[in-house]
Design a protein around this ligand. Structure first.
Ligand code: AMP
Length: 216
């Protein structure tokens, strides 16, 4: 199964991609996570990407394309993958299409997460993340048992630097300008599945699962 999870920031792509990863036993490739790791390690790529990310701007195409192409060559991607947060521009989508065409392994499904834009800022401003990968919380909608601490490991939860209102607005603009046109791009390829992504997580997960199963 080779799938793309497409949608605006805060639509819940990452959470649903992790569930689908476990269900289908294929890796979830998040360019956001890969870039944050590079920033943490202070690699050459990380140092270049940091400023763009903290301001809420997209990282330049050539950097992200090289990163994901390298990741897709790892052996754990042989049976497929879920792309979460990539592609985000038409140039990235075209580069991905070329790369996969050469390998004879095209994208089979693109899940488009449709959400009420009014809810997105509220979701992102209140989002808090476990630094050890135990998931996401929300100060109002899904608070941890002890304030500011992960329920699983007790680590101090992180408020991402780009989850503040100004940066969120910048990210939304980048989505509207650069990423939303990909809906039509993938519709024209006949692989788009539109999913209503408001409401409870289990209901959304069921809709995602049935769309993915319909092509696998
Ligand atoms: P995310 O975790 O998906 O919200 O991504 C966080 C940030 O990483 C974005 O706001 C961008 O700065 C950068 N980023 C992640 N994926 C991409 C991409 N496909 N193209 C350009 N920048 C990206």
């Amino acid at each position: 199964m080779r799938a793309i999870f497409l949608g605006p920031p805060g639509a819940g792509k990452g959470t649903q991609a992790k569930r689908a990863r476990d269900l289908f036993s294929i890796p979830q490739l998040s360019t956001g996570d890969l870039l944050r790791q590079a920033v943490k390690e202070e690699s050459e790529l990380g140092l270049k990407a940091k400023g763009y990310m903290e301001a809420g701007h997209l990282v330049p195409d050539e950097m992200v394309i090289a990163l994901i192409v390298e990741r897709m060559q790892q052996p754990d991607c042989a049976d497929g993958f879920i792309l979460d947060g990539f592609p985000r521009t038409e140039a990235q989508a075209v580069a991905l299409e070329r790369e996969l065409e050469e390998r004879g392994t095209p994208i089979e499904a693109v899940i488009n997460f449709r959400v009420d834009p009014e809810r997105l800022v509220e979701r992102l401003v209140g989002r808090r993340i476990c630094p050890n990968g135990h998931g996401e919380y929300h100060v109002r909608f899904h608070p941890p048992r002890a304030e500011g601490r992960c329920d699983v490991c007790g680590a101090e939860l992180v408020h991402r630097p780009d989850d503040h209102e100004d940066q969120i607005r910048t990210r939304m603009r980048a989505y509207d300008q650069d990423t939303a046109p990909l809906i039509a791009f993938y519709e024209s390829r006949g692989v788009l599945h539109d999913i209503r992504a408001d409401g409870d997580m289990d209901g959304i997960a069921r809709r995602v699962e049935s769309a993915l199963k319909s092509v696998s």
